[in-house]
Design a protein around this ligand. Structure first.
Ligand SMILES: [Mn+2]
Length: 430
């Protein structure tokens, strides 16, 4: 039985007065695209098939190293987080899976949790392990690292935790384990670069051995933070090296904020794809570092160029090309549901624009070394306002034409503030 958080009549009632205007915009865009021999219906169907995962931790207010400012009605447990993710999916119809993080999302009954999510219209994406902080009652501290720690007992504990995450994921119906470690150094000479990577790969191989046949292990790199001099999996090169040593089920996960400033991320996408090791994405935006700002809020053009590479890869795929897409942001100053809705819209729009790129014309211009026309092919796709396509795909799937307007009308957060426990002041990094 479905237990959608918002009544469908409310969504239908919201859409009714907006439907005619959307139809008008959609048809006008359809005429403009048909002059370029593009069938808007085909693009809309491609857009409708695009989905992204939401992370459970992004449903609560995030914080900085300094503070977290909670809002009334914020979720305080996994059940409430699932409910909020279901609201996001119900309105945007593009976020049907949730990515859990352990032990933050620990529950007593994972079979029951899977049923609960299913009733809300949700499934589960990759499970995420956490060896970057200590938990109450834990035998060994991760203060000196986890999978790359010098103490074998610490490494064993980190391996066991990752294997426990895989076991939970099996019950939930997940098919991937995402591993990011905070291991690294703050001083030159603190650790040997080579030996710490050796320890990481050796420990990771014990986790890899526990993966079910149809699972993937996604390795997430990050250049700095919490370690500020070096990290053990610092960049896509180290990540690829580790993935290749581990085996074919190990792939690289690209978090858009985990690079040096101005790095050409779209080229990294193409490189990883070339060797079949592009496992997935964590979407967010960045101005200075790992800012975890809302997707598309700072550099929507970069987001488009990344999707352009993904579309190129999908068009020339020799085998299944299904990268795991997830939002990974910290919502410090907004209602997290609003940020997830707005970010999903930005991500789906970038995907839609990339689908509009005339690949034949692009390849022709590239082969003729016509730099200007090659660029114009991308520009012609980028400048199309695809919002009628995205809204139409959403409407046809039962979602809202104006997601933020409907969310505000629903007074969801205010209503939840009456029933959910308050989150006290505290610090939070996520
Ligand atoms: Mn991430």
């Amino acid at each position: 039985m479905s237990t959608s958080p918002l009544p469908q009549d409310r969504i239908d009632g919201h859409n009714a007065p907006r439907r005619a205007a959307l139809m008008e915009d959609y048809e006008a865009l359809g005429r403009a695209l048909s002059r370029r021999s593009v069938d808007i219906g085909k693009i809309k169907n491609t857009v409708a098939s695009f989905t992204i995962a939401t992370p459970s931790w992004a449903t609560g207010r995030g914080g900085t190293r300094f503070a977290k400012f909670a809002i009334p009605g914020e979720p305080t447990n996994i059940h409430e987080k699932l409910e909020d993710c279901a609201v996001v999916h119900q309105l945007c119809r593009a976020a049907p899976r949730v990515s859990l993080h352990f032990p933050w999302d620990a529950a007593s009954d994972y079979r029951g949790l899977r049923e609960e999510a299913g009733a809300l219209g949700l499934g589960f994406d990759a499970v995420n392990s956490n060896t970057f902080q200590d938990q109450p009652g834990q035998a060994h501290s991760y203060r000196n690292g986890s999978l790359s720690a010098t103490d074998p007992a610490v490494r064993e504990q980190a391996i066991a935790h990752n294997i426990a995450c895989i076991d939970i994921g099996k019950t939930l119906g997940s098919r991937a384990l995402t591993v990011w470690v905070g291991d690294g150094t703050n001083f030159p000479g603190q650790q040997d670069f080579t030996r710490s990577l050796d320890r990481y790969v050796s420990a990771a191989s014990s986790i890899y051995a526990a993966l079910p046949a149809d699972w993937q292990m996604l390795l997430e790199h990050k250049m700095f933070e919490p370690a500020f001099y070096s990290t053990v999996i610092s960049d896509w090169g180290s990540s690829l090296m580790a993935a290749q040593e581990l085996g074919p089920k190990a792939k690289c996960l690209v978090d858009l904020g985990h690079h040096a400033p101005n790095v050409n991320i779209e080229q990294i996408v193409a490189r990883l794809r070339r060797v079949g090791r592009l496992g997935g994405f964590h979407f967010n935006d960045s101005k200075y570092g790992d800012d975890d700002l809302d997707s598309g809020s700072i550099n929507p053009h970069q987001l488009f160029l990344i999707f352009n590479e993904l579309a190129e890869a999908a068009a020339s795929a020799r085998d299944a090309f299904e990268p795991a897409y997830m939002i990974d942001q910290s919502h410090n100053v907004t209602d997290p549901i609003e940020s997830l809705l707005s970010s999903t819209e930005a991500i789906v729009s970038a995907f839609a624009k990339a689908a509009l790129v005339d690949r034949g014309a692009l390849h022709e211009a590239q082969d003729a070394n016509d730099a200007m026309m090659a660029f114009q092919v991308l520009r012609n796709a980028y400048r199309v306002d695809v919002s009628p396509i995205v809204a139409m795909a959403r409407l046809e799937a039962g979602g809202a034409i104006d997601v933020l307007a409907l969310y505000r009308e629903s007074a969801w957060r205010d209503r939840k503030a009456q029933t959910r426990n308050a989150v006290g002041p505290g610090t939070g990094i996520v």
